[in-house]
Design a protein. Structure first.
Length: 142
């Protein structure tokens, strides 16, 4: 008799986030069915961008949730730490793949030569600063 408003809202709420999730699901299906070989650096660069964007989003949601729902905010803070760990691991994997030019090593003291090394390292360093402001080493180790 009455429509389920939760189901109606789920279809229209947060359309960009839903589109990004649908894109990831599609990409996962495509790579599962193909035999194209190992991942390349541009692929990891895009994945790192997605993880750091999720990291920022969860951080903002945790901050907005904390005053009213501290228990939920703690779970979001744990998610924040895990997303950082995932982004850090993708960054490390990026640098272990063969470089198209140079040695491909991340050197914070100087700018990398160009994309995708430039983009992933700059993005990663920006995320490092955000993590250091809000997360302790113990949070990341647990």
């Amino acid at each position: 008799m009455f429509p389920d408003t939760r189901r109606d809202l789920a279809g229209t709420a947060h359309p960009y986030l839903r589109a990004a999730s649908a894109g990831l699901r599609h990409h996962t299906r495509e790579t599962a069915g193909s035999e194209t070989g190992p991942v390349d650096r541009p692929h990891l660069d895009v994945l790192h961008a997605h993880l750091t964007a999720l990291h920022r989003l969860v951080d903002q949601l945790a901050e907005r949730t904390h005053p009213e729902r501290p228990a939920a905010a703690r779970h979001l803070a744990a998610t924040h730490a895990r997303l950082w760990q995932a982004a850090d691991s993708v960054h490390a994997a990026f640098h272990l793949l063969p470089a198209a030019f140079g040695d491909g090593v991340c050197r914070p003291e100087r700018l990398p030569e160009g994309p995708p090394v430039l983009t992933i390292c700059q993005r990663h360093l920006a995320a490092v600063h955000a993590v250091r402001r809000k997360t302790t080493a113990a949070d990341l180790a647990s």
